[in-house]
Every structure is written in structure tokens, then in C-alpha cells.
Design a protein. Structure first.
Length: 202
């Protein structure tokens, strides 16, 4: 397995480095690193909506609880510890608290985590290459109709990343393209085939 030398610098000594559980894993987990506590307005909104549901890291696991349950145990934390509140159908930028210098010829892809998608959170993908050396950040879109709020705390695993070699394209310009090899697209591959004939299930 090839090793890629990527320089990395944490912006905070308590930020987690990208991590993978096994040496042979194809991806590294990324951990949220918000830098500010909730605003006074967000704190007030939570305090006034105790019967609403919130998806958050509760007892060490991402789960749905009532806002009132959260406030009973974590109100002081909400006021002091860095975290990000995402309201339903809202997009928020999640910082990871580190910068990198990726060598020319390589790039990293930011990808969603399957566990987040199941919980109705769309972690939007992105690409970071050698021309970017700022803090890593990525977006999360809250689409879970069951909960009004999502609370992202420091250390929550929100994204994963992989590293790839970057290839240049040599565009072969033609006046037209041979369409005899076209197999369709935009859902056409979801139609079954039996003995070369299309099989419509419904």
C-alpha cells in the first residue's frame, strides 16, 4: 500500500487528527471541531422548545432525545463548550480544526458517513487538493423530519476521507462520438435484463 506524505497542523491542541480503525481501511474518520459555544439566541430557542426532539451525542452515542432531557444534563455545557446547532432543512459548515499541505498530484475526498445518512443527515462531499492549505471544513444538511434540531459537538465523527492520485485528462476532441456503446443513463441501468431483453418489473 502506497504512503502519501501529507503535512498536517492542528489549530487547537485538543483537536483530533484524522483516524482509521484498521491499518488496511480505505478511509479516515474526521471529527468535528467547532470553536465557539452556542449563541445566546440558539440557547434561548432550545430552552423554549423543551418538547422538541434533538439528535445529538447523548451518553456517548448519537441518538434522539427531547430537548428537555438534554437541558437537564447539559445546559452548562451548551453555554460553554464549542458546538454547532443545525435546524431542520438548514446547512451548516463543520470545521475539523486542522490544516494540511497535500503534495502535488494527490487530492483528498470528503465523504458522508453511512451512519449519518441513516439518521437523516446529508454530509455533503468535497475535494481538497494541493492548492488549498486552510482549515478543513465540510457541510452538513439536516433533513431528518423526526427531529427539529441536530447538535454537533466537538469530537463527533461527521465525515470520512480518502486520498487519491490526481490524473490529468487528455481530451480527445472529435466531431461526434460513437454511440453504439451507449447503454443509457439516468436510471436506465435499473431496468432488469433477461436474455438481452428488457424486463419491466412493474
Amino acid at each position: 500500500m502506497q504512503t502519501v506524505p501529507i503535512e498536517i497542523a492542528r489549530l487547537d491542541n485538543f483537536v483530533d487528527y484524522p483516524y482509521r480503525d484498521e491499518e488496511t481501511s480505505a478511509y479516515y474518520d474526521l471529527f468535528a471541531a467547532p470553536s465557539e459555544p452556542l449563541s445566546i439566541l440558539d440557547q434561548s430557542e432550545l430552552k423554549n422548545n423543551g418538547k422538541e426532539k434533538v439528535l445529538c451525542n447523548y451518553n456517548g452515542k448519537m441518538q434522539i432525545v427531547l430537548v428537555s432531557q438534554l437541558l437537564e444534563r447539559k445546559f452548562e455545557v451548551l453555554a460553554q463548550e464549542p458546538m454547532i446547532l443545525i435546524k431542520r432543512y438548514e446547512i451548516k459548515m463543520i470545521p475539523f480544526g486542522f490544516e494540511t499541505l497535500i503534495p502535488f498530484g494527490w487530492h483528498c475526498e470528503l465523504l458522508p458517513r453511512s451512519g449519518f445518512k441513516i439518521k437523516g443527515l446529508l454530509t455533503l462531499p468535497g475535494i481538497i487538493d494541493h492548492v488549498y492549505s486552510g482549515e478543513w471544513k465540510a457541510e452538513v444538511l439536516h433533513l431528518n423530519p423526526e427531529v427539529k434540531y441536530v447538535l454537533i459537538q466537538k469530537g463527533d465523527r461527521t465525515h470520512q476521507m480518502t486520498v487519491h492520485e490526481t490524473h490529468r485528462i487528455d481530451w480527445q476532441k472529435k466531431s461526434s462520438i460513437d454511440r453504439t456503446i451507449n447503454r443509457g443513463g439516468f436510471g436506465s441501468t435499473g431496468v432488469g435484463q433477461i436474455n438481452g431483453n428488457q424486463r419491466h418489473l412493474f
